[in-house]
Design a protein around this ligand. Structure first.
Ligand SMILES: Cc1cc2nc3c(=O)[nH]c(=O)nc-3n(C[C@H](O)[C@H](O)[C@H](O)COP(=O)(O)O)c2cc1C
Length: 412
């Protein structure tokens, strides 16, 4: 045990570390981009590009990260704090850190433990995990793995009957909130997935897979795990009445047939009765509409640049949304978070917490649960350090006074 600024930190002796944990320990991994580099080596190109890529020219994907450079800090120096609490409250849940793990579809492709591993890592870190509809693991198993709150992200895949069935299961399993993603009337075109044969990999026949075999065979470690796991399972949480779990044939077609509209929010609310988060808000209009439809929280999000390309970066859209909702609902944001300082900037601009997508998914692809733990640890220590450098005593005291924001951001 070591004592660090009054906090007791329990560290396992080095020899007790698993091989996976060692593979992502410092100094090999000191930042999220180091996890990304390991993920790139460990999984086939098709899986890595599915995780890493964005829609069309990937303009929004790049801008989501770059835009954080436009906001600079206004630190308060010569102040010192024994502790800098990172705790926040989201939907009434106390979270140890102001970030949640975002829904990431096909996580089981990145690592067989996929969604279960990510949920467990989130719970152990004292934060929430959001399970995607496109999960390879049963929602009951995911919930059971976590000590923390787990939310269910809903696509209406399989129709209303399938949605009502999964909502009932989520309620019984103890999920705490429903996250309704509104930016996916059809799937965005992620060109890398087409070039790499992502569809053939997850749903094609053996013959369809042949052209893509070299990149898969070049990653025997990943391939062994994938084969031991039985390949790609059908979606265990999308159970179409009378038909059973939806096979992973063509997610693009399934999504196109399941557009969620504002009128759906009403029956979803009546059926679920718990808190609803609307994910995918980028404008004041959609933010106000979400409030009118009873959203307990919204996430300012462009789906990590994977849907409509050339929309605003999430951070850039945040001030407009904050202004529009007047504190009537909790505001989260996601897109481009790679460092603790990114989280601090989003909080200064009015987000209560952020969702991290790729930041932890790179860890999952790199080293399974140990990689997710490492991603969380990096963001947490980044947050603590940045908060002290900025001179702010706790995350709940962050506000606009700690940052410079370009003048035209407030002209909206
Ligand atoms: C591989 C991948 C799969 C995703 N799958 C889903 C999904 O099933 N449902 C959803 O609402 N968002 C999904 N997202 C979007 C994330 O929830 C989140 O909005 C996005 O990753 C945030 O951007 P970031 O990756 O830069 O953190 C996915 C993102 C990635 C990278």
């Amino acid at each position: 045990m070591v004592v660090f600024r009054g906090e007791r930190i329990f560290r396992a002796p080095a020899h007790a570390m698993t091989h996976s944990a060692r593979s992502v320990a410092s100094p090999r991994v000191v930042s999220i981009s180091d996890l990304r580099a390991i993920a790139k080596r460990r999984v086939p190109g098709s899986v890595f590009d599915y995780l890493d890529g964005g829609a069309e020219g990937e303009v929004t994907l790049r801008e989501n990260c770059r835009v954080f450079e436009d906001v600079t800090f206004r630190p308060r120096h010569a102040v010192g704090f024994v502790e800098c609490p990172l705790r926040t409250r989201v939907l009434g849940f106390d979270l140890a850190v102001p970030f949640l793990l975002a829904p990431v579809g096909y996580s089981r492709l990145m690592h067989p433990a996929g969604e279960v591993a990510a949920a467990r890592a989130a719970g152990n870190a004292g934060t929430a995990y959001i399970l995607s509809t496109i999960s390879g693991h049963r929602l009951e198993d995911v919930k059971a793995a976590s000590k923390g709150p787990v939310f269910y992200q809903l696509y209406l895949m399989g129709g209303r009957g399938a949605a009502e069935a999964v909502i009932d299961r989520a309620r019984i399993a103890g999920f705490s909130a429903l996250v309704v993603t509104i930016d996916t009337p059809v799937s965005g075109i992620r060109e890398r997935d087409f070039r790499n044969g992502m569809k053939e990999l997850v749903s094609g026949s053996a013959l369809d897979k042949i052209p893509y075999l070299p990149q898969i065979l070049a990653h025997p470690g990943w391939l062994m795990g994938y084969l031991r796991d039985g390949g790609t399972p059908p979606l265990p949480n999308v159970v179409v009445p009378g038909k059973g779990p939806m096979p992973l044939v063509d997610i693009t077609a399934a999504l196109a047939a399941s557009t969620v509209t504002w009128s759906d929010l009403k029956w979803i609310r009546e059926h679920w009765r718990g808190p609803i988060v609307v994910k995918g808000v980028l404008t004041a209009d959609d933010a106000r509409r979400s409030v009118d439809e009873g959203a307990a929280a919204i996430s300012v999000s462009n789906h990590g640049g994977r849907q409509l390309d050339c929309v605003e970066a999430s951070l850039r859209a945040l001030p407009e949304v904050v202004k529009a909702v007047h504190g009537q609902t909790e505001i989260l944001m996601d897109g481009g978070i790679r460092r603790g300082s990114d989280i601090i900037k989003a909080l200064c601009l009015g987000a209560r917490a952020v969702l991290c997508g790729r930041a932890y998914a790179y860890g999952l692809a790199a080293a399974g649960e140990a990689g997710v733990n490492r991603a969380i640890e990096i963001l947490r220590t980044d947050l603590d350090r940045s908060l002290r450098l900025v001179g702010c005593p706790s995350v709940d005291q962050l506000d606009r006074s700690y940052v410079n924001v370009p003048a035209n951001w407030d002209a909206d």
